[in-house]
Design a binder for this molecule. Structure first.
Ligand code: ADP
Ligand code: SF4
Ligand code: MG
Length: 427
């Protein structure tokens, strides 16, 4: 965890070029003790409570847990998409380090490019608009809700380029930002030059040239997602497309500017099984091509095992375990993670049911100091009902869990007889 306070204005470039260092797992996002609460009539909902985890550059990280555990609120806070009020940022940081191109080798995955750093919890709405789509993008469970029904697919994908690639498109159309005619068209200072050209009643030739470039950008973004006949799809409306096609459009939109991080919140839950596999393959292929990190939010452990490098397990607003996927699946530490894995069906059965863990996620209103899993845990003891376990590194140190089973009474200064025992049957 970094201890230095960081802000958007505090961009620190740290040149340390070495081609040999390329590919090392640099941290891209460090979620550090993040808390997001909601004020409600019943009290304060601790939706995310002291969550800490990391996502490395180009890594695929699975964020798993039952419904209501705080996965979506955590991920949406990366993009300033948690409505405030009622949400309150109650503490912690999300340190984001977008990649910079290395001046020596021009690769964006070389450490020589340095990394800017800023705390996403401190960005203004205006600053978020720059980050969204360009550096961090998100795809949602239900693309029908994310796409605007009254705009064509082309208009919606073009929006990302209008936001982030305006100057590049003007240059590709052979238009100069110094052209006095263009400047006059954009006399309304609030409109962007490139948008103003497209809307101007005169300037027909310039407008046509620019529109051709915009269409080219959009068609290419759609083609990347292997959509057949992208030029035709551009003129369609969302209701004319299948669920799988709409999800491809969202992926095209999300990856149009090759962001550093793609957040995929249950991206395949609304799709049938064969389409799910195609969409996952597609995300993986585009991720490799653009060296994009992916945060997969899912309750489907089988999916996470197949596609993720790291797994973060959330329970009742807290991270209870994080580790490399193979390690966590081979040797889950937290009884909740064990319960989830016990619920992963093997060969030929449907994926991802969580019914093996009895009971429900507790209410997150004004929680007291205790392990939030204690009402469902077969190992629970007096200590678990009275103290909150902290996320602690185990062997190997990148495997961390928050559970008193792995703590020593004397280190914590607690009575040994009140500690949980590993000998009891697992939940
Ligand atoms: N706008 C809101 N107002 C009040 N509580 C909310 C709001 N959004 C989410 N929550 C609460 O935050 C908790 C975490 O929700 P969420 O992150 O959506 O869970 P998950 O994605 O893991 O299913 C839940 O208890 C949910 O009820
Ligand atoms: S043993 Fe105690 S601390 Fe560990 S999960 Fe069970 S209740 Fe929580
Ligand atoms: Mg969710």
């Amino acid at each position: 965890m970094t201890n230095r306070p960081v802000e958007m204005s505090d961009v620190a470039l740290m040149p340390r070029c070495s081609g040999a260092e390329r590919g090392a797992a640099l941290p891209l996002v460090t979620v550090d003790d993040l808390s997001i609460y909601f004020q409600s009539r019943r009290g304060t909902v601790h939706a995310v409570d002291g969550a800490s985890f990391e996502i490395g550059v180009g890594q695929t990280v699975g964020l798993v847990g039952e419904t209501g555990c705080g996965k979506s609120v955590t991920a949406r806070s990366f993009l300033g998409l948690v409505p405030s009020p009622p949400a309150v940022h109650a503490g912690g940081r999300i340190v984001f380090r977008p990649r910079q191109e290395c001046p020596s080798c021009h690769a964006s995955d070389c450490q020589g490019g340095g990394q800017a750093e800023y705390d996403l919890t401190k960005l203004t709405p205006r600053e978020f608009r720059k980050v969204r789509g360009e550096q961090i993008a998100m795809i949602f469970q239900d693309p029908s809700l994310a796409l605007n029904p009254v705009l064509t697919i082309g208009q919606q994908v073009a929006e990302v380029f209008h936001q982030h690639r305006a100057e590049m498109m003007l240059a590709d159309a052979g238009l100069s930002t110094d052209d006095p005619l263009l400047r006059r068209a954009a006399s309304d200072r609030s409109s962007r030059l490139e948008r103003a050209v497209l809307a101007a009643p005169g300037l027909r030739r310039r407008r046509n040239r620019l529109q051709k470039v915009v269409d080219e950008y959009v068609a290419q973004a759609l083609a990347e997602t292997r959509i057949a006949n992208p030029r035709k799809i551009m003129n369609s409306y969302p209701h004319e497309l299948s669920g799988g096609m709409k999800q491809r459009v969202m992926i095209a939109q999300a990856l149009a500017c090759a962001p550093d991080l793609l957040i995929a919140d249950e991206p395949t839950t609304a799709l049938d099984v064969t389409i799910q596999a195609h969409i996952l393959d597609l995300i993986h292929e585009l991720q490799e091509r653009h060296h994009t990190a992916v945060l997969y939010i899912s309750h489907d452990l089988s999916l996470v095992r197949d596609v993720c490098d790291q797994v973060v397990v959330m329970y009742a607003g807290q991270v209870v375990e994080q580790g490399p996927t193979t390690r966590l699946f081979d040797n889950p530490l937290h009884p909740y993670a064990r319960g989830l894995l016990g619920a992963v069906p093997s060969g030929g059965q449907p994926r991802g049911g969580l019914s093996a863990i009895e009971g429900m996620v507790p209410e997150l209103v004004n929680p007291s100091s205790q392990c939030r899993f204690h009402t469902r845990c077969a190992h629970a003891s007096a200590v678990c009902a009275a103290h909150t376990p902290t996320l602690t590194a185990h062997d190997p140190p990148d495997h961390r869990a928050a559970c008193f089973l792995y703590e020593h009474a004397e280190t914590l200064g607690l009575p040994a007889e009140d500690m949980p025992s590993r000998n009891r049957s697992a939940s």
